[in-house]
Design a protein around this ligand. Structure first.
Ligand code: HEM
Length: 147
């Protein structure tokens, strides 16, 4: 990501802060409208889930100047998502729904540059999560083969 893109993501996230919980809940509403079959994967109350998602986004956004830290930290999250049943195709859906939700939450402040910058940030995190998940699944297969 360019410095300009990092600034755009960080600035726009501060605009969302006052409505963070609503934005998180709107994200799940949009997700389940788009992919109703994903609803059954979520066992925790959505309000709590929305809080955790926004907290994680806040963490990522505040560390964009240190991508190596983010990549390390989201690896565990990616492995947990493997256990939750998240597949690569889900990551595309979640990314698209996230951008739509940001567009709704930011209203008139949303634009093409912001969309591009957020898409870059999302793919960095999503790719790191999927990479960690695929490594975990490869190592589980190796262990199963040995056992
Ligand atoms: C960059 C993308 C994503 C981020 C930042 C993210 C973040 C989170 C966080 C912070 C949690 C809380 C639990 C934990 O820390 O393990 C969580 C849970 C979960 N996420 Fe994600 N997630 C992402 C993508 C996805 C995708 C693509 C799916 C696929 C449908 C998914 C499905 C789930 C499920 C099923 C749970 C567990 C909910 C429960 O136990 O009720 N997530 N996610």
């Amino acid at each position: 990501m360019t410095t300009q893109q990092i600034t755009l993501v960080q600035e726009s996230f501060t605009w969302l802060k006052p409505i963070a919980q609503q934005a998180g809940e709107l994200f799940y509403k949009n997700l389940f409208d788009t992919a109703p079959q994903a609803r059954a994967m979520f066992k925790q109350p959505i309000a709590a889930q929305a809080g955790k998602l926004m907290y994680t986004l806040g963490y990522v956004v505040s560390h964009l100047h240190h991508p190596e830290t983010i990549l390390q930290d989201v690896a565990k999250l990616g492995q947990r998502h493997h256990q939750y049943g998240a597949q690569p195709a889900h990551y595309d859906i979640v990314g698209a729904v996230l951008l739509d939700t940001l567009a709704q939450g930011l209203g008139k402040r949303w634009n093409a540059e912001l969309k591009q910058a957020w898409a870059m940030a999302y793919s960095m995190v999503a790719n790191a999560m999927m990479e960690a998940a695929s490594q975990e699944s490869a190592s589980a297969h190796r262990q199963a083969a040995v056992a």
